[in-house]
Design a protein. Structure first.
Length: 440
């Protein structure tokens, strides 16, 4: 179990982009939990650590809230892939898959960024203050070219799709058949786009965050794999023993002008299909949290709230509960992961059917990432609007919730809307059959 890191306020402000550019140059395993470009609220965290397995035994019912201090002061940063959760829940996964074992960094040094106060904090073991300051100084003294994290893509690619739009529409029809038969009442159907070749993950992330800033963005590079995310969805948050989840179900693109944009947001807020889909996931998350929370403590704090981001409007709800005595990270994830917004319901039935429908693994997409604190604090985001970069290719997942009221052509357009920005960050065009001018 790692010790807490001692927080020390720093006298001057340095842009997180510059710190990350130096950090990614100097260390192989790094993280940046990113509140977004030009953020004026929230916290970001950048740092290094040693690769370990998921810290399942950390208790969530013992946390305290220290106002003004960084909410993360030691612990782990990493991700959990989708198949690790489905296998644990008893759903089938591809036979050749092995769930990730060492996808968490036990944080050894970090920097916390308080965007509202424009304040930096050094997080280091109390007995290693001098070493922590030298580490910080090495970052500040690094030679970083201007725009190092936002270089333009050097090559143009065309993505390869797991499914054509026609094939995806056929899968939607099969989902509706399963719903009519009572096997599920919602299914989150996804597909994958692959961009072959080597990619500069740091430069790609610079382009992604510039195009689609999000309050739960992030860059994590662990054991040679990189996760680049512009996620707008907070999956699980724990602080002071209170657990929250904020499922997103319902998406519209932003409009070209203020009038069109407002109309799209209003349409989303009133759409019966989107509201039904959202409330089904709210009910599922209420049930999931009830397995690890004090009876009677579950609350719906917000329902059908439209939140707007640079590329899309989203329909968001918030569910909370007080962690029961002895609740651990492992117990919470057993109850709630994978997220209902990425499976459908009933959850086990949905995951089983999706395994057959989708025809391939999701991997890190539809999983979660973020931090787990030694003090019981936790903040995990959904892996959506994200890119996974491996040695020989990059991958982008996208999908949407299918209900009986789904219109296949509209669902296909939603997938294209969600995948377009991550693929553009890779310097890749959508496959010809998925391009919006054809779909529209």
């Amino acid at each position: 179990m790692p010790d807490r890191l001692s927080p020390r306020p720093l006298p001057s402000w340095v842009a997180p982009e510059r710190l990350f550019a130096a950090l990614s140059q100097q260390h192989a395993d790094v993280f940046w939990l990113d509140a977004g470009s030009d953020a004026t609220e929230g916290w970001s965290f950048l740092g290094i650590g040693d690769a370990e397995a998921l810290p399942e035994k950390v208790r969530l019912d013992v946390g305290s809230v220290d106002e003004g201090l960084p909410p993360f002061r030691g612990g782990w940063v990493g991700w959990r892939d989708y198949e690790s959760g489905t296998a644990r829940a008893g759903a089938p996964i591809a036979a050749e898959l092995e769930p990730d074992a060492r996808t968490w960094l036990r944080v050894t040094r970090a920097l916390a960024v308080d965007h509202a106060a424009r304040q930096l904090w050094l997080l280091a073991p109390e007995e290693e203050t001098d070493e922590g300051e030298r580490w910080l100084q090495s970052l500040l003294n690094a030679s970083i070219p201007d725009g190092a994290t936002q270089r333009a893509a050097e090559e143009k690619h065309t993505a390869e799709a797991r499914h054509t739009p026609d094939a995806y529409e056929e899968l939607i029809d099969r989902c509706r058949d399963l719903i009519r038969a009572g096997i599920a009442y919602q299914l989150c159907l996804t597909t994958r786009f692959t961009v072959p070749g080597a990619h500069d993950a740091v430069a790609v992330y610079g382009r992604l965050r510039a195009a689609t800033p999000a309050h739960h963005g992030g860059f994590l590079r662990i054991d040679g794999r990189a996760l680049l995310s512009a996620s707008p969805e907070q999956f699980l948050h724990a602080s002071g023993g209170i657990i929250r989840t904020r499922p997103i179900k319902g998406t519209r693109p932003r409009g070209a002008d203020a009038t069109t944009d407002a109309a799209l947001a209003a349409e989303l807020a009133a759409d019966p299909k989107e509201r039904a889909e959202n409330v089904m996931i709210v009910d599922l998350m209420r049930n999931d949290l009830s397995r690890v929370c004090v009876p009677g403590s579950i609350r719906v704090e917000g329902l059908w709230v439209v939140e707007s981001y640079p590329a899309v409007h989203q329909l968001v709800s918030t569910v909370s509960g007080r962690a029961a005595e002895g609740t651990t990270v492992g117990a919470l994830l057993e109850a709630a992961f994978p997220a209902g917004s990425m499976t459908g319901a009933p959850k086990l039935s949905a995951m089983t059917q999706l395994h057959d429908l989708e025809g391939g693994p999701r991997d890190i997409y539809a999983g979660c990432f973020g931090y787990i604190g030694v003090d019981g604090a936790l903040d995990l985001a959904m892996v959506i609007r994200s890119i996974v970069v491996d040695a020989g290719a990059a991958f982008v997942g996208a999908g949407g919730g299918i209900t009986w009221g789904s219109v296949p052509a509209a669902e296909v357009r939603e997938v294209a809307t969600k995948a377009r920005a991550p693929l553009a960050a890779l310097g890749a065009e959508m496959p010809a059959t998925w391009r919006s001018d054809i779909l529209n």
